[in-house]
Design a protein around this ligand. Structure first.
Ligand code: SF4
Ligand code: SF4
Length: 261
């Protein structure tokens, strides 16, 4: 008889805890939107972060909450994006494909002004008097952009400059952010004319350090039939809302700093 009391007590306690847990699990249950798993399952799983989200799951959460557009994922195919849009019951808003371009053609054509023997990294080199190059605006050539690209789209060339493979580039913006000289911009892939210089020095000073730097002669400005190129602060800048890629500016540029990709 004595043994029945603890058994009954434990039984009642067990029942009470069981009911308590069942109620708590109902009350505290976290509602997971089934679309989250679906979107996450459709994504490539590269977790590159190019979209600006915290990996593919972060991107799925942001798309669901409307913080990021579906097209922000640079890796997914058009078909995948369509499926995500369908899962969300939204219309897919297409962003025009862009590609990273380098606004510098100096490289080995520009001499060093001192011997830099520090870490072979552009960000580190730039901390020492703006880098070793005679042109303080130009590429330092240590390939920080090459290393940061998650899609292996940038290679260093023999001319000491990074070259972007437009087919591999997903316009993720990582090279734009890492370059301490701010030499990359993302240009719509339908526009293939760009200025390969970033120097804001006076033309006569640019001439002294780089044979292919913009000398602000304004010949491009005068020849452009659609008023798309202007010299601003000693540097030719193209307005891609106007440029028709006709290439007239390329023909007249005396230093050949306007090039076709
Ligand atoms: S483009 Fe910028 S990051 Fe790339 S090698 Fe040149 S200085 Fe370095
Ligand atoms: S390519 Fe043609 S339209 Fe574009 S900036 Fe040069 S001259 Fe103007």
């Amino acid at each position: 008889m004595e043994i029945l009391i603890p058994i009954l007590t434990l039984g009642v306690l067990g029942l009470l805890f069981g009911v308590g847990l069942a109620l708590a699990s109902k009350k505290l249950a976290v509602h997971v939107d089934a679309r989250l798993e679906k979107i996450h399952g459709l994504l490539p799983g590269s977790n590159c972060g190019a979209c600006g989200g915290a990996g593919c799951f972060g991107f799925a959460e942001s798309v669901l909450s409307g913080k990021l557009k579906i097209d922000a994922c640079r890796v997914s195919s058009d078909e995948t994006k369509k499926q995500i849009a369908e899962a969300l019951g939204r219309k897919l808003q297409k962003i025009e494909k862009a590609v990273a371009v380098l606004h510098c053609a100096g490289g080995t054509k520009v001499k060093d002004r001192f011997l830099y023997s520090g870490i072979e990294d552009c960000v580190a080199a730039n901390l020492v008097l703006g880098g070793q190059k005679e042109c303080v605006w130009g590429c330092l050539g240590f390939g920080s952009c090459v290393r940061v690209c998650p899609f292996d789209a940038i290679k260093m060339s023999d001319t000491g400059l990074p070259v972007v493979d437009k087919d591999k580039c997903k316009a993720c913006n990582k090279c734009v952010l890492i370059c301490p000289k701010k030499l990359f911009t993302l240009v719509p892939v339908t526009h293939d004319v760009y200025v390969a210089c970033s120097s804001h020095d006076l033309g006569k000073d640019t001439r002294l350090v780089c044979p292919v730097g913009c000398i602000a002669c304004r010949k491009c400005e005068q020849v452009c039939p659609v008023d798309a190129i202007h010299v601003i602060d000693n540097l030719a800048i193209i307005d891609y809302n106007k440029c028709t890629s006709c290439g007239k500016c390329i023909e007249v540029c005396p230093v050949k700093c306007i090039i076709r990709r």
